[in-house]
Write a protein that binds this ligand. Structure first.
Ligand code: RP5
Length: 196
């Protein structure tokens, strides 16, 4: 459902995987990451990003805005984001995905673009987001790469926040452990000509 308030336009309700509804506005925290999606149909791609920020305890907001359907609101959002304390913007869109580029054109904050797979296996969105003209950069992750966008955002924030830097380092260390374990499991698989 789309809601309008004085403070925030187009605020989306967020549902945690365990079914608990997170309050729409948490007045205790100011978001330092803003996740914008072109449509609620993009939400599944951003869920991993939201879960990652929860895990890292990084305050974030999620809103739906569209470069084509609500162009004025996109411009207003991008112009005001820095003044509200937002440090990184993640913008996800599918098809002719103008959203990340239009946001980048209206802010000096770093913008991470997430191409969403819709038509043409997401190639349309990927090329729309990645092929920005000189001067208007968008750091583009892979198709449906919501999690990578969140990790990249956390790495940007970690440059000036030791607490986040420690959490991101721990997260990456755990990835190593996952592959070490996978390698041990592979060691247990036998083939006649397998030598290890
Ligand atoms: C894009 O068009 C959105 O980002 C979405 O990926 C796609 C389809 O939007 P809906 O028709 O599902 O609202 O602008």
């Amino acid at each position: 459902m789309i809601v309008e308030t004085e403070k925030k336009l187009f605020l989306l309700p967020i549902w945690h995987p365990d079914g608990v509804r997170i309050p729409q506005e948490n007045t205790q925290m100011n978001p330092i990451v803003s996740i914008i999606m072109g449509s609620t149909s993009d939400l599944p791609v951003l869920e991993k990003a939201a879960q990652f920020f929860d895990e890292m305890e990084i305050p974030f907001e999620m809103n739906a805005l569209s470069a084509h359907r609500t162009p004025q609101e996109v411009e207003q959002f991008a112009r005001e984001a820095k003044g509200r304390g937002v440090k990184v913007i993640i913008a996800a869109a599918g098809m002719a995905a103008a959203l990340p580029g239009v946001i980048s054109a209206n802010t000096t904050l770093p913008v991470i673009g997430v191409p969403v797979k819709g038509m043409l296996d997401g190639l349309d969105a990927m090329l729309s987001i990645i092929q920005m003209p000189p001067g208007i950069p968008v750091a583009t992750v892979g198709v449906n790469g919501g999690l990578n966008a969140a990790i990249l955002a956390a790495e940007m924030l970690a440059l000036s926040d030791e607490g986040i830097a420690k959490k991101v380092a721990d997260y990456k260390e755990n990835l190593k452990n996952k592959i070490k374990k996978a390698n041990e499991e592979l060691g247990g698989i036998q083939y006649k000509f397998k030598t290890n």
